[in-house]
Design a protein around this ligand. Structure first.
Ligand SMILES: NC(=O)c1ccc[n+]([C@@H]2O[C@H](COP(=O)([O-])OP(=O)(O)OC[C@H]3O[C@@H](n4cnc5c(N)ncnc54)[C@H](OP(=O)(O)O)[C@@H]3O)[C@@H](O)[C@H]2O)c1
Length: 358
């Protein structure tokens, strides 16, 4: 039995490497169970793993994108209370994309811990208590400060509790990733897509904050490829998975997107405080990044060194922007017209007018 202290100690440097996964890969592919697999990350991950010769089993309720992957084994159940389809089965690795609550993760960990070599849990950047540490690496504090654990609730705190359950069950065979906003073709959150769509429309574009504000995100295909690489090489540990590979400012982001569009456009940078006073909200009507101050001081400066040292790579912004734009322009006109985040063109024009007059 590995204690949490021993487990964390084993992760202190980079990921630990064993030969079990490499052996299974060399023998003609690994047996990989994916909890989820048909939402956003799932389809990219499953396709990449299958292209690499792995045998995939999907476990979900059979509701989302059921037409996908007719050649994969599909097991049906509900993470909340029915894992019977997984009983008595063995896999080389499990990738858990669909665990949000400690209760869900406890059920799958308890069932799989004695039969599965590796457990990769998709956690989130939201586990960190705040983003004020000078070095925001995987050892930065996680979980809410000053709130008794029994009262923890919500997305980030539940992921912290779920991470612990995986660590307790799988010990040194645990893999945890803490992705930032995941972008790319298929991303229905529209946080990155808003910018691709807006810049492609052209004209005078309101951009919140300061051009030097830092920004981080990860392309879904880079994340998926990293997952498969980690498993093939039996690498374990906890990984921040922020891209891109080197520092990017919000000016770099919008000009990088502009480079793959052809409609004339110009950017007007509008102060955070002005916009917030006008009733706008970061991550909602002002999508994709936070003002780099207060608890979000280093939110855009997470340290991804460990992931890079263990094989994570990042495709160029131009490729992400072009592929996202192509995917977005192929959506229904209703989906293109009603993005989940961002402001209307009328509101943008009104704010630009007020800002220039201020
Ligand atoms: N998007 C981001 O920016 C972001 C950032 C950081 C972390 N994450 C993490 O990424 C993960 C989500 O990724 P994704 O949606 O792209 O994953 P996915 O694996 O592509 O899709 C979610 C899957 O979960 C299944 N599912 C949902 N509820 C279920 C239940 N009760 N029982 C069994 N299966 C269930 C769905 O199928 P059925 O509906 O058919 O059951 C679907 O296959 C989450 O862990 C999230 O915390 C996302």
């Amino acid at each position: 039995m590995t204690t949490r202290r021993e487990f964390l100690g084993s992760l202190a440097g980079a990921g630990a490497v064993s030969i079990a996964g490499q052996y299974a890969f060399a023998q003609g592919g690994m047996n990989i169970l994916i909890l989820g697999g048909t939402g956003f990350i799932g389809p990219h991950l499953v396709q990449y793993a299958m292209d690499r010769g792995h045998r995939i089993t999907l476990f979900n309720r059979g509701r989302t994108n059921t037409h996908l992957f007719p050649d994969a084994e599909k097991l049906v159940g509900d993470r909340n209370d029915d894992l019977s389809a997984l009983k008595g089965r063995q896999w080389d690795a499990v990738i858990d994309n669909s665990g949000y609550t400690p209760q869900q993760v406890r059920l799958s960990v308890d069932l799989l811990k004695n039969t599965t070599d590796q457990y990769l849990f998709t956690s989130t950047r939201a586990v960190y208590t705040d983003y004020t540490q000078a070095v925001m690496d995987e050892d930065a504090p996680i979980g809410p400060k000053n709130i008794p654990e029994a009262e923890w609730d919500g997305y980030g705190p539940n992921k912290v509790l779920a991470e612990r359950i995986v660590q307790d069950g799988f010990g040194a065979k645990t893999l945890i990733t803490r992705p930032p906003v995941i972008v790319g073709p298929g991303d229905r959150s529209d946080r990155f897509t808003y910018w691709v769509d807006r810049i492609d429309d052209g004209g005078n574009i309101l951009v919140q904050g300061d051009p030097t504000d830092p920004i981080q995100f990860v392309d879904v295909r880079d994340l998926s490829e990293f997952y498969v690489r980690l498993i093939e090489n039996s690498i374990t540990g906890i990984f921040n998975t922020e891209g891109p590979g080197s520092a990017l400012s919000t000016a770099g982001l919008v000009h990088g997107i502009k480079a793959v569009t052809s409609t004339p456009s110009a950017f007007t940078w509008v102060d955070w405080d002005f916009l917030i006073k006008e009733g706008e909200t970061p991550q909602d009507s002002l999508p994709f990044w936070q003002p780099p101050r207060g608890r979000y001081l280093n939110y855009g400066r997470m340290v991804n060194t460990r992931a890079i040292e263990n094989g994570m790579t990042f495709r160029p912004l131009a490729e992400i922007a072009k592929d996202t734009l192509d995917w977005h322009r192929a959506r229904t006109s209703d989906e293109q017209d009603k993005l989940r985040v961002g402001m209307t063109r009328d509101r943008e024009a009104e704010l630009l007018w007020k800002w220039q007059d201020a």
